[in-house]
Design a protein around this ligand. Structure first.
Ligand code: ADP
Length: 470
């Protein structure tokens, strides 16, 4: 397979001026290919191109932008297989999940194409009319992580382009190839400079956040990096959308039907090997059903086939990178040292690759590291509770507030608990399913702003109020 080794700046493919960096396949620990590295001067060129392109793109007919997005969706669909295979080799996820990621990217692009920016009429009296228009912000920079690299890039750049902004994006240094290829494919459908891509690690991200020519940064990643971006963005008061970490809790009510929830609970926690912002990261289970549910989760875990995502029948891939793998192993050591019971998983029999089998952990304390920290990997702690108020207090006992879930049959009770969870999204009898019409974003330190739907679209615009005296 050929991996794209060029950036796109002002509609032209160019080599990185800062040399190249090997990208590692987490299933084999072998080099996938060398990724180009952009210099800060190339970032400046990309921003300048985006600023130039903004003049026409922001003023062109809305239908032109809509049609461009629809063509882009078609082009991504044509390249589905290629993009999915790139994702597997650099990200590690099984091919079937990668295919779903590409399909979701296509669907999200189409959905965003068909969103409309409405003019809001706030007053229409015989004397006066007040209209609120929505205007694009200018140059939007997207900084993306390594877990769902293609889909998150689509979430960032499609609403930006749709609303008349121009874009400079920077993918994670761990997973650059899907983004480089995507931009190479879609750049042909847009005027030069509307979408540009630079690559590199934190230094380029920092330079983006500080850049005076950029009007907004949309970032998905860790809370630590989100705070750095916020500090760096203060220079020219950039607009920010920050989708940061989450330590999502799930509460299983005493009336839950364990047979029907075990499988969806497992998927909620282990989707993408647990490397999902809105994955279930802590599960609170009533003491009366604790052992029974743990057994059922272990049974689901044991059906997974762990291995290289390109191999037939594999359902469970590696952790994406060595640093994350080492961190998860430190958490496992801590669980063992502090008396937690590892019911399944805990390591892997595979000799190469950053593999950890799906791991269910029982008898851990609320104050333990695996409960307090966002593990972002295939380890689920199950915590016992005896009354619901206690469970809710433990669920809310965190600085983060991305999402949460309640599992049970009594809908009134489930809904009451869901309302009392301190997070941006709650599911009842599910967890983590996103919809392009539903606003998604965190409270507390899980982020600022929302993505998706009309509200998400508005984040790429500013208001322009017209007061018309009749
Ligand atoms: P991780 O450490 O798990 O890779 P990060 O949140 O640090 O998660 O990374 C997400 C994205 O943020 C990546 O594209 C990364 O290169 C970028 N990044 C890292 N440090 C910074 C920074 N100081 N400013 C802006 N972006 C950064």
């Amino acid at each position: 397979m050929k991996y794209c080794d060029t950036l796109v700046i002002n509609g032209t493919t160019v080599a990185g001026e800062q040399g190249s960096q090997p990208v590692i396949n987490p299933a084999t620990e072998e080099v996938v290919a060398s990724s180009p590295q952009a210099s800060v001067s190339q970032l400046d060129q990309a921003v300048a191109a985006a600023r130039d392109a903004f003049a026409d793109w922001s003023r062109c007919d809305d239908q032109v932008r809509k049609d461009a997005l629809l063509r882009i969706a078609d082009r991504i669909e044509e390249h589905s297989d290629e993009l999915a295979r790139i994702l597997v080799s650099e990200q590690g996820k099984p091919l079937m999940i990668a295919q779903r990621e590409v399909a979701a990217s296509v669907a999200w692009t189409r959905y965003t194409a068909n969103l409309e920016l409405k003019v809001d009429l706030v007053l229409d009296s015989p004397e006066k009319r007040i209209e609120v228009h929505r205007k694009p912000l200018g140059v939007v920079a997207s900084i993306t992580p390594w877990n769902w690299p293609l889909m998150i890039l689509i979430w960032h750049i499609m609403p930006a382009i749709r609303t008349g902004n121009t874009v400079v994006c920077k993918p994670s240094e761990y997973t650059p190839f899907n983004a480089l290829r995507l931009i190479e494919i879609i750049a042909d459908e847009l005027p030069a400079g509307v979408v540009n891509i630079v690559t590199g690690a934190g230094e380029i991200g920092q330079a983006i956040s500080e850049h005076p020519g950029i009007n907004k940064v949309v970032f998905t990643g860790s809370t630590r990096t989100g705070k750095q971006i916020m500090r760096a963005a203060a220079g020219n008061l950039k607009r920010l959308t920050l989708e940061l970490g989450g330590n999502d809790a799930g509460i299983v009510l005493p009336d839950a039907d364990l047979d029907s929830i075990a499988q969806p609970l497992f998927i909620a926690a282990f989707k993408n090997m647990g490397q999902t912002c809105a994955a279930l990261k802590r599960l609170y289970v009533h003491e009366d059903m604790y052992d029974a549910l743990c057994d059922k989760l272990v049974a689901v875990a044991s059906k997974q086939k762990v291995g290289n995502g390109l191999d037939e029948g594999v359902t469970f891939g590696p952790v994406q990178n060595k640093a994350q793998y080492d961190y998860l192993n430190a958490l496992l050591d801590d669980i063992r040292a502090t008396g937690g019971r590892i019911l399944c998983g805990g390591n892997s029999s595979l000799e190469r690759g950053y593999f950890i089998d799906p791991t269910i952990v029982a008898d851990v304390d609320q104050r333990s590291r695996i409960v307090q920290e966002e593990q972002f990997g295939p380890i689920l702690p199950v915590i016992r509770y005896s009354n619901l108020d206690e469970a809710l207090a433990m669920a809310n006992d965190t600085d983060e507030g991305l999402a949460g879930s309640v599992w049970g049959k009594d809908m009134e009770l489930a809904s009451d608990i869901a309302h009392r969870m301190e997070c941006g999204s709650t599911w009842i009898n599910g967890h983590g399913d996103l919809h392009p019409a539903a606003p998604f974003g965190g409270c507390k330190q899980s982020g600022i702003g929302v993505e998706f739907g009309e509200e998400g679209l508005h984040e790429y615009t500013r208001t322009h109020t017209h007061h018309i005296v009749k």
